[in-house]
Design a binder for this molecule. Structure first.
Ligand SMILES: [Mn+2]
Length: 308
């Protein structure tokens, strides 16, 4: 039997916005506008609740969706001129949500926010934390003069330095194209697994999700870190950078449905309303969050295609 973590059930979620793109030192800035646009798209999804339930057409299932399953905790106190203060506010937002017994969903903002999300979870956990990192990029840059140490290119590197983050139980998904040879050297030394987009296209999301869950089973807690640019720009044009060859929206939604029951926090970054087309990407982001909540929250009926 394939190893997998125990599903987290009977839990509630809190949405937190982090409208900050001051660490988007490459690519297009604009993700500071994402939380508002994703919330607007989310309102359309949530109006389909009826009598504490929602109907999932993908699996022909009814799922419990009481009022408090997902609450909006507002924005964390980002500070436009102060990256350190912003990172700390995001960390505290995640940690406070966990301390209140709820599961945080942090909406960036740029991908510098991966790090405080990982830190907030790691500091709330006596055991170890694995990161499932979906991203076109590796974000393993140590530091350089232009980007510093905490930019949107360093989130996974900084997270990997946290004392109880288990790098060898973590995995990066949907990467593609080219990166620094030093990033390969870091990955190999740290034992950080990588499943590129090409491999997901070849193997399919069902097999990859099972593989990922077996891999992260070594850790006590799991962060789902989702950079919207893991998805192909044809499906998600509102991103900080365009990297062709990415996941389809279907593949991304399917992965989130399968991984959600086994993850303890989500951070979703790099949605960029300034490069978006008719809110297509904000809408997709809202659906990713909705599926994370519906499939990862209250005990749901088992359904065909779900992780057994
Ligand atoms: Mn990226």
């Amino acid at each position: 039997m394939t190893a997998r973590p125990l599903p987290r059930t009977d839990r509630r979620f809190t949405l937190l916005g982090a409208p900050y793109d001051g660490a988007a030192t490459l690519g297009w800035p604009g993700s500071r506008y994402a939380p508002a646009r994703i919330r607007a798209a989310m309102a359309w999804i949530l109006q389909r609740r009826e009598d504490g339930q929602i109907y999932c057409l993908d699996h022909a299932t009814l799922h419990p969706f009481p009022e408090d399953l997902l609450v909006d905790g507002g924005d964390v106190h980002t500070v436009g001129h102060d990256l350190d203060a912003t990172l700390d506010a995001a960390r505290a937002g995640v940690a406070d949500t966990l301390a209140a017994g709820r599961t945080p969903v942090l909406l960036g903002g740029d991908d510098c926010l991966l790090y405080p999300a990982a830190r907030g979870l790691a500091e709330s956990t006596p055991g170890t934390v694995a990161v499932i990192h979906l991203d076109a990029h590796l974000d393993l840059l140590d530091e350089n003069e232009q980007q510093g140490r905490y930019s949107h290119s360093s989130g996974m590197r900084r997270a990997s330095e946290l004392a109880n983050v288990d790098v060898s139980a973590s995995v990066q998904l949907a990467s593609r194209h080219f990166n620094f040879p030093s990033s390969l050297a870091f990955r190999e030394k740290a034992g950080l697994r990588n499943i590129p987009a090409a491999e997901i296209h070849r193997r399919g999301t069902e097999a990859v999700a099972a593989d990922v869950l077996a891999h992260v089973a070594a850790a006590d807690r799991v962060l789902l870190a989702f950079d919207i640019d893991c998805i192909d720009p044809a499906h998600a044009p509102g991103a900080g950078a365009h990297e062709p060859g990415g996941l389809t929206s279907h593949q991304a939604l399917d992965l989130v449905q399968r991984l959600a029951p086994y993850t303890d926090a989500m951070v979703l970054t790099e949605v960029n309303p300034l490069t978006d087309a008719n809110d297509r990407t904000a809408n997709l982001a809202a659906y990713l969050v909705a599926h994370f909540v519906v499939h990862g929250g209250l005990a749901a009926p088992s359904h065909e295609g779900a992780p057994a």
